[in-house]
Design a protein around this ligand. Structure first.
Ligand code: CUV
Ligand code: SF4
Length: 621
């Protein structure tokens, strides 16, 4: 397992990159070795200018920062700031979607429509907004305004929390971590982690969980639900994945980043006849829009658009020499892209005022002129088609079909209209439980190895796997998102999947769509009349790297679901804090973290956990 990747297409491109003298994340990771021990252990602090301070991990002096902060305080504060950044990223994305809906309803945007009126009306009912006899624009305006208020603090409690089982809501109240407003919790992290404010690692941790909950049941959930209203609620759909989706004879546009407001418009514009004609005039046989990372997930969920790869493949896509434009918005976009692009002909086009990249072309994107901007970007890609360097072109032939589009609505539909068949299969032990495998890639672990190993092991043991993010793309490339993959599943899960015609691994969308997983888990718990912590369910992030993943992991345990991390979080230098996260949290939240870098062992932990929870529910193991 010493290989950089288990994905053949990626290995080919890594080889090509090496021959052409191109550095990738793996090379830069190598150059960072050995990485700073204090940083890895989470015990350095730069929160004020008496520092930086660091704690001796071997128990020698110093054991406190200049202000007296201990290892536990420092590591907890650091982790809280990671949660705040992650929650902010998801939630700011959510806010942008809400704003787009508001402006669309006001007739101020170009190219967007309210695609799922049914969902709009259901959400309106949930928020107590009158909808009978009113037009969709009117409702959407009220709903979006209501949603905007949830970011600040008007009601003092997020609306979507009502989707959680009552027992869970009571627990949040009792522990004092009911999130009050999305922005408020994030701001409060920054306040509390300022020098000389919150120095109690337990108190800090509780607020960290509250902040994360405001992401999962707030910002992320707004991003998902309002995206469905604007762009349509995903339904099962097929497409292609991996670098082989790039086409030598077509204009290749890779959209990379996170927000569907941009990528959906590019997909839409690329289908216009005059742009197609312009591409043909340049000698191309078409316009091939592909996705990467989570914005790729957004458009593959809704349009079956091909996905070129996951996080660690962004540079490798450029190395093929056929990407005419790499269009980016926000999050998980390596600044190194422009360096790599310089060696080929690829234009990196940034679009968000929040995310500029030295060396990129910037085309400011706004909802008001979205379609025109998308057209302009596509024209830039078309114009760049003739600049390819023939001698540098090599496209790996790896390409794999996937089935995605499993929104909660789609899952219920696939089950024949209610969750009952799934509940029955769980009760009967045909399906032992459900595991959510999510998150990024990280050069600390062989690319895709963690995702694939854990997923295969779990489905083999009759655990239904639901996924989002780069984990889902890893499984798409390996063919695990096809109904035929039921053959790789255990006899129980395999039979259920075959009867329903669904894969044993359900792709539920981008990282913000982990909110769909929360909704599913809550609905199952509600149907069984139990708390989410009673479910035979687990979460895992085998290759996580981003701060968003820290927020996700924290709201998953905050929601009562055991979570295994496959790369080590920067906390181990703080003994008591680590104990709180991996043990103490269990007593308070009914769930805790485990850290396990070997995915086979992680699978063992999850299977054990699921067996114990089944027993707790009185189900046969
Ligand atoms: Ni938001 S956060 S690398 S793209 S899953 Fe992919 Fe998903 Fe992690 Fe980023
Ligand atoms: Fe050092 Fe305390 Fe300042 Fe952190 S807050 S840098 S531990 S003095």
């Amino acid at each position: 397992m010493g290989e950089k990747s288990v994905d053949q297409a990626s290995l080919k491109m890594l080889n090509k990159a090496a021959q052409e003298g191109i550095e990738t994340a793996w090379d830069r990771y190598e150059k960072q070795q050995p990485q700073c021990g204090f940083g890895l252990l989470g015990i350095c602090c730069r929160n004020c200018n008496m520092g930086p301070c660091r704690i001796d991990p071997f128990g020698d002096e110093p054991q406190e920062g200049v202000c007296g902060a201990t290892a536990d305080t420092i590591a907890a504060r650091n982790l809280l700031r990671m949660i705040a950044a992650g929650a902010a990223a998801h939630s700011d994305h959510g806010r942008d979607i809400v704003t787009t809906l508001y402006e669309t309803a006001a007739g101020e945007t170009q190219g967007y429509q309210i695609k799922d009126e049914g969902k709009l009306r259901a959400l309106a009912a949930e928020f107590g907004i009158p909808e009978e006899g009113r037009g969709k624009e009117e409702i959407a305006r009220d709903l979006a305004r209501e949603a905007m208020e949830e970011f600040g603090m008007v009601k003092g409690k997020l609306q979507f929390l009502n989707r959680a089982p009552e027992k869970r809501r009571q627990l949040w109240e009792k522990v004092g971590i009911t999130p009050r407003g999305v922005d408020r919790e994030i701001v409060e992290v920054m306040h509390r982690t300022h020098i000389g404010v919150d120095n109690d690692y337990v108190n800090l941790t509780l607020h960290g969980v509250r902040t994360a909950l405001s992401d999962g049941w707030g910002g992320s959930m707004f991003a998902t639900e309002f995206s469905d209203v604007l762009f349509g609620t995903p339904q099962p759909i097929k497409g292609q994945s991996n670098l082989g989706v790039l086409k030598e004879d077509q204009v290749n546009i890779v959209v990379h980043g996170h927000e569907p407001v941009l990528s959906d418009m590019i997909v839409q514009a690329a289908r216009e006849d005059d742009l197609l004609a312009a591409a043909q005039e340049k000698g191309a046989n078409g316009i091939n829009v592909c996705g990467m990372c989570c914005t790729g997930n957004e458009i593959l969920m809704r349009h079956g658009v091909p996905v070129a790869g996951n996080f660690l493949q962004q540079e490798l896509a450029v190395v093929t020499g056929v990407v005419d434009a790499m269009v980016v918005d926000v999050q998980c976009i390596m600044p190194a892209l422009t360096q790599v692009a310089r060696c080929y002909h690829t234009k990196v086009i940034s679009t968000s005022p929040k995310a500029r990249f030295p060396g990129a072309d910037h085309v400011p994107f706004s909802e008001q002129t979205a379609l025109d901007t998308a057209r302009k970007i596509i024209m830039m890609a078309i114009d760049n088609f003739s600049h390819r360097k023939e001698e540098l072109i090599q496209i790996p032939d790896e390409e794999m079909e996937y089935m995605a589009g499993f929104s909660v609505e789609a899952i219920i539909k696939a089950l024949g209209g209610s969750l009952d068949p799934l509940l029955d299969a769980i009760k009967a032990g045909q399906i032992k439980g459900i595991a959510a495998i999510v998150g990024c890639n990280n050069p600390k672990i062989s690319h895709d190895y963690g995702h694939l190993t854990l997923t295969r092991e779990l489905i083999k043991n009759d655990v239904l796997v639901v996924q989002t993010g780069c984990a889902a793309i890893a499984c798409a490339k390996a063919g695990l998102l096809l109904p035929e993959a039921a053959d790789e599943a255990g006899p129980g899960l395999g039979a259920v999947c075959k009867a329903l015609g669904i894969p044993p691994v359900l792709h539920m969308g981008s990282c913000v769509d982990i909110s769909r997983i929360l909704v599913t888990a809550a609905a199952i718990a509600n149907a069984l009349g139990v708390d989410m912590s009673d479910l035979p369910a687990a979460g895992a992030a085998p290759e996580w790297m981003s701060e968003k993943a820290v927020s996700i992991g924290s709201y998953v345990i905050g929601s009562g679901i055991f979570t295994v991390l496959g790369t080590v979080p920067p906390v181990l230098g703080a003994k008591k804090f680590t104990e709180l996260l991996t043990q103490g949290a269990q007593d308070v939240l009914g769930a805790a973290f485990a850290v396990e870098t070997d995915p086979m062992k992680a699978a063992g932990l999850i299977l054990e956990h699921i067996a114990a929870k089944r027993k707790g529910l009185g189900l046969e193991s």
